[in-house]
Design a protein around this ligand. Structure first.
Ligand code: SAM
Length: 353
């Protein structure tokens, strides 16, 4: 597939081709390299040390991400190219197959769903408990001992923590925690209780009481093909949260450890600029987990209105191009070609989840 079919973009690139840093040229070549072509054709060589089924799922996830990003690229203006990509996505099994591969990843390779880490932090930090509830949780609760010696513990009434799980697929991540009231949404739900919504269109609760304590974006930001929409997701999450509410962000680790444009330090700064302070952060072998809290004295998520473009944080031929762009005041990019403003061109190398 040609890297761009947008003539104006091609002309601009040709003009500046003499100035382009070498790593960008190499990155561009890599988007049409045989490895990626093989991947999309489902024939990349498999590593004998990893179970075949798992590798095939990884390949599917990568191929799906590659297609999503090409579909979101402003360079894609040719309807025929778009149709071919959509056909390819269907040939791979569409969003449903991609989700199945993602769910498997959650169960096995990642050692459990990413909800576990969040639940641990919520308990430790007592998130969602108001001061009254915190006092109750500190108070010593004694059981009544019945005649037969058995104990009956008094019921301590607390309000449930309210969590909005975006990209919930089957809505199972928080099902085992009765003290969490979860609203689950997904573009393509796999269960009746998961609401079919694009995060950007999900109605904002009208009252503070109906707002959430936590919004979870676990492996959703990297799914979003538009780099600007990734930034919008971080900004948009504020609308659903109470003052001092939390955002839970999970990304594949290489998005930060091997990206040309993003690192732990830069994500911390970008989050700060979009109204979040980092509360807890953890990296596993494959994923990076961030629990961040709305900043500002009143917990309103104080933003500085700064624009975040792609800036190189580490160079090298083997880097991926994962980036999050923030363009305050811009609209959420919808649907088709021509949507992704900014430096057109570079596609992203795909990262395993
Ligand atoms: C890789 S799966 C992540 C599943 C799960 N959250 C996890 O951590 O394993 C990404 C999911 O996000 C959903 N998704 C992506 N963008 C979305 C959006 N804008 N609104 C709602 N769901 C979205 C996709 O449909 C997909 O099911």
């Amino acid at each position: 597939m040609p890297h761009t079919n947008n003539k104006a973009a091609t002309d601009r690139k040709a003009k500046r081709s003499g100035k382009k840093p070498a790593f960008l040229s190499r990155a561009r070549k890599s988007t049409t390299n045989p490895a990626k072509a093989d991947l999309l054709a489902g024939s990349a060589p498999l590593d004998p040390s990893i179970p075949k089924a798992r590798q095939e799922q990884t390949q599917l996830i990568r191929a799906f991400h590659a297609i999503e990003k090409q579909l979101a690229s402003p360079a894609l203006t040719n309807p025929e190219e778009r149709r071919k990509l959509e056909e390819e996505r269907e040939r791979l099994g569409g969003l449903k197959k991609y989700q199945e591969a993602s769910v498997h990843g959650g169960d096995k390779a990642r050692g459990g769903e990413s909800s576990k880490w969040l639940v641990k932090q919520i308990k430790e930090l007592k998130i969602g408990l108001d001061d009254k509830d915190k006092d109750k949780s500190k108070a010593k609760v004694e059981p009544t001992i019945l005649e037969d010696g058995s104990k009956v513990w008094p019921k301590v009434e607390r309000r449930k923590l309210r969590l909005l799980d975006v990209g919930a697929i089957a809505g199972t991540a928080y099902a085992g925690y009765p003290w969490i009231s979860t609203t689950s949404i997904d573009l393509n739900p796999h269960a009746a209780h998961v609401l079919r919504y694009n995060f950007f269109d999900f109605p904002v609760p009208e009252t503070e009481d109906d707002k959430y304590d936590v919004v979870a974006l676990s492996l959703v930001v990297n799914f979003e093909g538009s780099l600007v929409n990734r930034g919008h997701m971080l900004l948009h999450a504020h609308s659903y949260l109470r003052p001092h509410g939390h955002l839970y962000l999970v990304l594949p680790l290489p998005c930060l450890t091997n990206s040309r444009y993003l690192s732990h330090a830069r994500l911390t700064a970008l989050l700060g600029s979009t109204g979040w302070s980092v509360v807890r952060q953890h990296d596993s072998a494959k994923l990076t987990y961030w629990l961040v809290r709305r900043s500002g004295a009143r917990g309103e998520g104080e933003r500085d209105g700064r624009e975040w473009k792609r800036e190189v944080v580490r160079a090298g031929a083997q880097r991926n191009n994962f980036a999050i762009l923030v363009r305050p005041g811009s609209e959420v990019e919808r649907g088709k070609a021509g949507q992704q403003a900014g430096e057109e061109g570079e596609e992203e190398d795909e990262m395993e989840e």
